[in-house]
Design a protein around this ligand. Structure first.
Ligand SMILES: [Zn+2]
Length: 190
């Protein structure tokens, strides 16, 4: 009985996560990676929950997830939002960060739990930025670039000591986007 309960619970968790991710306009491949559901199952959930009623409000995205690392660091405003989102990954226990700024997946969390935590971080980010520069897919890509490929890491600002997202292979000037923006605003006022 307990095994059945556990299986049922797991199935409900996967289903809820799929619905949550479709709501964020995640790509089918990303939803598959987190839930293990087939493409057909995801399409049925989408058609049932997001296409009935008075029209489609959520787009179903196909194709590959965006992967450009530069996207997170080539604009100060976007780097700032990526840095906040990275902090939220850590706060939501989707990631942990070493003293050197290397980001890792937390031990012991399965893919459904990780997906839920990434969703939680993304939802907090959306609350902070009603017009976000990063979509869910970019957030997902940011997570992988930090925690899996390590193409990005959390550098430490030499001015304020805060952490910020930085390209692991690029020259780092030791200034976070927050200080960069403050400086820019200070100069602009003169
Ligand atoms: Zn700073």
């Amino acid at each position: 009985m307990r095994v059945t309960d556990h299986r049922y619970r797991t199935e409900i968790d996967r289903f809820n996560l799929a619905v949550r991710m479709i709501g964020h306009e995640a790509r089918t491949g990303t939803i598959r990676a987190c839930t293990g559901f087939s493409e057909d199952r995801i399409r049925k959930i989408y058609n049932y929950y997001f296409r009935t009623g008075d029209g489609t409000v959520v787009r179903r995205r196909r194709g590959k997830s965006p992967t450009r690392i530069r996207h997170f660091v080539d604009s100060t405003a976007r780097q700032l939002e990526a840095s906040l989102l990275a902090g939220l990954f850590v706060l939501c226990a989707a990631a942990q960060v070493s003293a050197e700024g290397r980001v890792e997946r937390p031990g012991g969390a399965d893919r459904v739990a990780l997906g839920e935590r990434v969703c939680q971080a993304f939802e907090a980010y959306r609350n902070l930025f009603p017009e976000p520069r990063l979509s869910f897919e970019w957030a997902w890509n940011l997570y992988h670039a930090l925690a899996d490929s390590h193409d990005l890491y959390l550098a430490q600002c030499e001015i304020c000591g805060g952490r910020y997202v930085q390209d692991a292979y690029a020259l780092d000037y030791g200034r976070c986007p927050f200080c960069e923006m403050k400086d820019y605003r200070g100069t602009a006022q003169i």
